[in-house]
Design a protein around this ligand. Structure first.
Ligand SMILES: Cc1ncc(COP(=O)(O)O)c(C=O)c1O
Length: 386
């Protein structure tokens, strides 16, 4: 079945719920067992029976089944945030004394977790250039346990050659963990490109409506037990409400993403015509340095990218932002609404350099009409130059 059909049908079981189309929300801590034997048999180590709310309910299980199939994985685990998914995946596989390779363009909170928690636990953390490709082989040590990729990278959107990295990693028995939130399961087939553990923030395009925080880890059968054990030990379960909303988000994900992608291409084309803009960082653009890799590995693009401006007085930049009517200034992305934020790169990179003199802005192009979005930014540029 094609993705659109999967999205319309996965995780739905009307026959089990009086014909109700959508799975009801299971709110649960206690789950009762009818007999002593059922109680004793439930915690059998294969985690298919709900035994306690924190370990999963029919709400989490339906969502996990849907997300696993969509990602062509054997299993999915849903977590209380995207960051929680990243943390569970890392802690499942590393121990004190291990060396981990993390892409320099990693999402900022992942970096903080590595710097403040992994290092404290005795893990050696090394950041690498997103353009390393097969050269990554030079950085593997005897104690390298995982390599973390994120393609395109956060804020500057460099594409990584994941198949080349995975080939080098697997030759050294190193696991490849990927944050694939940007491309989603719809536009990037992670396991076909050598990823071992795939992670997404479901807060973004999966839920799609800026009303929940959630994460998902998908994997093949060989890694499930280890991942699930760590997940159970860390108590990072999402609520039944959020699972319901994420399942509902899935139903429209393909049409939403296609519309986001279309709007983003139009926005990027317009930004290219603006004298204030010096560079656009969006691998879907033919002139982007990562375009060839993006075209080879992805089947579409989401609507998050960034652009650099010529140097401008900070008060003028503030005037650009402050009068915006449609673009909100706030964290996250992947919802239906457009967002624009100034980005501070200086503090967040150690293996790469950033040599643009002007400000960098991250844009999330929402589902509003593109003409209205362009008018909003055009008015902002007019305020900036007034
Ligand atoms: C690329 C990426 N990965 C992970 C996350 C973390 O997701 P969450 O906010 O759901 O914890 C974010 C959040 O912005 C992100 O941009």
């Amino acid at each position: 079945m094609k993705n659109e059909t999967l999205l319309a049908t996965l995780g739905s079981s009307p026959d089990d719920h009086h014909g109700v189309v959508n799975l009801p929300i299971y709110r649960a801590s206690t789950i009762l067992f009818p007999t002593y034997d059922a109680f004793m048999a439930a915690d059998n180590g294969n985690w298919t029976t709900p035994i306690y709310g924190r370990y999963g309910t029919p709400s989490t299980m339906a969502l996990e089944e849907a997300l696993a199939q969509l990602d062509k994985a054997d299993h999915a685990i849903v977590t209380s945030s995207g960051l929680a998914a990243i943390i569970v995946a890392m802690l499942a596989f590393v121990r004190a004394g291990d060396h981990v390779l993390i892409v320099d363009t990693i999402y900022g909170s992942t970096r903080r977790f590595c710097d403040m928690e992994l290092k404290r636990l005795g893990v050696e953390v090394e950041y690498y250039d997103p353009l390393a490709g097969a050269d990554i082989a030079k950085l593997f040590k005897n104690n390298t346990r995982i390599i973390f990729v994120e393609s395109p990278g956060s804020l500057t959107f460099e594409m990584q050659d994941i198949p080349a990295i995975a080939k080098a990693a697997h030759a050294k028995n190193v696991l490849v963990l990927s944050d694939s939130t940007w491309a989603t399961s719809l536009y990037f087939d992670a396991f076909a490109h050598g990823v071992d553990i795939n992670i997404q923030s479901a807060t973004k395009y999966i839920s799609g409506h800026s009303d929940l925080v959630m994460g998902v880890i998908t994997c093949k059968a060989e890694h499930y037990k280890r991942l699930h054990q760590t997940y159970r030990n860390m108590g990072m379960t999402p609520s039944g409400e959020n699972c319901f909303l994420a399942l509902r988000g899935l139903r429209t994900m393909a049409v939403r993403l296609a519309a986001h992608y279309d709007n983003a291409l139009k926005m990027a084309a317009w930004l290219k015509t603006r004298a204030e803009v010096t560079e656009i960082f969006y691998p879907a653009l033919a002139e982007s340095p990562g375009h060839a890799l993006w075209k080879r590995d992805c089947t579409g693009a989401s609507s998050l990218f960034s652009f650099a401006l010529k140097p401008v007085d900070e008060r003028k930049l503030a005037a650009f932002f402050d009068g915006l009517e449609l673009f909100g200034m706030g964290y996250s992305w992947g919802g239906y609404e457009s967002l624009l934020v100034p980005v501070q790169l200086e503090k967040s990179r150690t293996a790469t350099t950033w040599d643009h003199a002007g400000p960098l802005l991250r844009i999330h192009v929402g589902l509003e009409h593109i003409d209205d979005l362009i008018s909003d930014l055009a008015a902002g540029f007019a305020r900036m130059s007034a």
